[in-house]
Design a protein around this ligand. Structure first.
Ligand SMILES: *Cc1c(COP(=O)(O)O)cnc(C)c1O
Length: 442
């Protein structure tokens, strides 16, 4: 059999909203053409993010009911701790409410002002926590966009006071490409040579492991679970947002072996998150996460995830969308600058049309999110690329939902010539893409 299908049946259903064309136009105008400001009940297919949007399994829902809500030493924590220890090999396990809290614990303990964190690419919240700790975030991606550039990594020790090396697996900032085992091992050797810890930002560890089994001959035919175990055992410290490969709606973790560093992280944990056996989560969340971490490395699930993302990418390309290759596992990226040349804020223009056409929500990774405001008051310094990202929530949408998106995308491609550019009418000084108001340049 070569056809792929969802390796699950649907037991619990949630209705989808179908606002009319007039309702969509009104909602978009009221939101200042910013899809973050449209309520979810005005969205038909929501591909804004894969964070916290996954569907839990029957086993996870039943695990919720056995959650132990004791303040200290809950059974739920012990179950979570044991699953994380088996998976990662680390002795010290700290739960937190989401990924950025984990980053804060580790980076505030590791970095002294002026020191550098060197990475294949820091995710935006990671960069923020490096900078809040007084450090400097240095991104050294290799040309493939997943791995870290080993030559520049080695050279960075001569020019920076490096406190840690962070491998983001997969590399979310550059399209979800994997960090290969060969690169993890070589980075490990450089970290040993210079005596600095290797940390993994492991939000999509299972997807990274699956891609390693596809791309590295040494791991052909290996189980993604075994590869993930090996990835974790190559690092000194890991942190993760479990809203991605934990397949739950909230959660995160820190895991490591160093008892002194763990003790320092725990003090911060108590001050900001809660007692160390719940870390800002309910006991039931820890049970759902423990179960999700067992399910996410199942080969049939990962294969379906890879094949549905690739099918979606090919179908969008076939109707004329400039799809960025190669397509990863968690998202498909469109080059809006190529589809809408000469238009201002082309990614926002494409997002607005997709919403008007079919109530589809995706996100912008272009000048609104990454461009910089010229301090001298001139036009914005644009981002290198103008991308639209269709993110794929885990186990939520079927192929027919994605076919609907492809049909809407085809209609948008046909009228591409007539699509206007957009201008910013209001923006805030930080994270402007969440709150900006835009207007079409008619
Ligand atoms: C989502 C994400 C984070 C931040 O996690 P939150 O749970 O959103 O706080 C950090 N790093 C990577 C690679 C992520 O994808």
């Amino acid at each position: 059999m070569t056809a792929f299908m969802e390796p699950f049946r649907i037991k619990s259903v949630e209705p989808i909203a179908f606002p009319t064309a007039a309702e969509r136009r009104a909602a978009l105008e009221a939101a200042g053409y910013n899809l973050f400001k449209i309520d979810a009940d005005q969205i038909t297919i929501d591909l804004l993010t894969d964070s916290g949007t996954g569907a839990m399994s029957a086993a996870q829902w039943s695990a919720l009911l056995s959650g132990d809500e004791s303040y200290a030493g809950a059974r739920s924590f012990r179950r979570f701790e044991s699953v994380v220890r088996d998976l990662t090999g680390f002795a010290e396990v700290l739960p937190v409410h989401q990924g950025r809290a984990a980053e804060r614990l580790v980076l505030s303990a590791l970095l002294k002002p002026g020191q550098a964190s060197v990475s294949n690419t820091h995710f935006d919240t990671t960069r923020a926590h490096v900078e809040l700790a007084g450090g400097k975030a240095v991104d050294l991606p290799a040309p493939d966009g997943g791995n870290i550039d080993l030559v520049r990594l080695r050279a960075s020790f001569a020019t920076e006071d490096v406190a840690c090396v962070v491998l983001t697996v997969t590399n979310n900032g550059l399209g979800g490409k994997p960090v290969l085992m060969e690169n993890i091992r070589a980075t490990r050797a450089i970290c040993d040579e210079f005596g600095v810890p290797l940390t993994l930002d492991a939000a999509r560890f299972a997807e990274n492991a699956y891609l390693i089994t596809e791309l590295e001959p040494e791991f052909t035919g290996h189980s993604p679970r075994k590869v993930a175990e090996l990835m974790f055992r190559s690092a000194d410290i890991i942190w993760a947002s479990l809203k991605k490969d934990g397949i739950a709606n909230i959660g995160g973790l820190v895991a490591l072996n160093d008892p002194d560093l763990a003790a320092r992280c725990r003090l911060e944990l108590i001050a900001y998150e809660g007692f160390p056996t719940y870390g800002g989560l309910a006991g039931r969340d820890l049970d759902a996460l423990a179960q999700g971490l067992l399910e996410v490395t199942e080969p049939s699930y990962l294969r379906y995830r890879a094949e549905s993302a690739r099918w979606f990418g090919e179908a969008l390309r076939a109707v004329g969308m400039p799809v960025v290759e190669p397509v990863g596992l968690h998202a498909v990226y469109i080059d809006a600058g190529e589809l809408l040349p000469g238009r201002n804020l082309p990614a926002n223009a494409l997002l607005a049309e997709l919403y008007l056409e079919g109530g589809i929500r995706a996100s912008e990774l272009g000048t609104l999110a990454f461009g910089r405001v010229d301090p001298a008051g001139g036009p914005d310094i644009p981002s290198a690329r103008e991308l639209v990202r269709f993110c794929l929530p885990r186990r939520v949408y079927t192929r027919s939902h994605l076919e609907y998106v492809v049909e809407a995308a085809a209609a948008v491609v046909k009228r591409a010539e007539a699509i206007p550019g957009y201008r910013i009418v209001h923006q805030d000084p930080v994270m402007r893409h969440f709150t900006a108001r835009l207007a079409p340049m008619l």
